[in-house]
Design a protein around this ligand. Structure first.
Ligand code: ATP
Length: 220
């Protein structure tokens, strides 16, 4: 493969979340990650929340619409609604398996998570198998420990960790990259609480999303 072709190898990058609501703590770190790693595109993947789990305050259409508003002027992002249309319980790994089939075996696929998700990854269904389908790119998040809770998770991280961003393009899956993205102390929980308390949401999420929250009477 020529150097030019090698350098143009792209990573299909996915970023899953409940997005209740989407906020700058989601958008800004992953934009920085795109620069750090050389991602040309990021697909946001709003979650289906199964009925037995605590439900988001916004409904599926509202969560999706907030994502669409937040990325409307930003060609870095698109949204994939496949999980929202699920009726049966499904897990992240099922989606990754499906997307890997669409993409073929060779192309790099990455799933983006925040540091808090890394710390609880061992509770995810078939967590060790995630790397059979994709790389994991981890955005820094303030207020969460750098050290992992269980020796098993720690060993797994050590075995798969890379600090070399070019390695992420040279193999299709199997690596974990801890990014040096900016720390934004923003959470959807805090935003919902602020709204309940009648406080301002300025600087926490795009104004188009704020307007929609007001129009819909969300998080009152
Ligand atoms: P909630 O407060 O309702 O739990 P949240 O703000 O953590 O929500 P989610 O939609 O659950 O948002 O998060 C989706 C993904 O984004 C997760 O992988 C999470 O780790 C990551 N994430 C959320 N907020 C931040 C942040 N401020 N910095 C880095 N990553 C974040």
């Amino acid at each position: 493969m020529s150097d030019r072709l090698e350098n143009s190898a792209t990573i299909r990058a996915l970023f899953g979340g409940t997005f209740d609501p989407i906020h700058y703590g989601h958008l800004k770190p992953v934009e920085a990650l795109a620069h750090e790693v050389g991602l040309q595109h990021i697909t946001l993947l709003p979650n289906h929340v199964p009925p037995h789990r605590p439900q988001p305050e916004a409904n599926v259409q509202q969560r999706l619409h907030m994502v669409e508003l937040a990325i409307a002027d930003n060609p870095l992002f698109s949204v994939d609604v496949r999980e929202l249309h699920r009726t049966a319980p499904s897990y992240t790994i099922d989606t990754l398996e499906e997307i890997r089939k669409e993409l073929g075996e060779e192309k790099p696929l990455a799933f983006i998570i925040g540091q808090d998700s890394l710390l609880t990854l061992h509770y995810w269904y078939r967590w060790k198998a995630l790397l059979d389908y994709c790389h994991l790119l981890v955005c820094a998040r303030p207020g969460y420990s750098d050290t992992l809770d269980t020796p098993e998770l720690e060993r797994w991280l050590d075995a798969h960790r890379t600090t070399d961003t070019s390695a992420l393009k040279q193999q299709p899956n199997g690596l974990i990259y801890l990014a040096h993205t900016p720390l934004l102390d923003i959470s959807a929980t805090d935003i919902r609480q602020r709204k309940h308390d009648g406080m301002s949401l300025d600087d926490l999420l795009p104004t188009s999303v704020q307007r929609y929250i007001d129009q819909q009477g969300l998080y009152r």
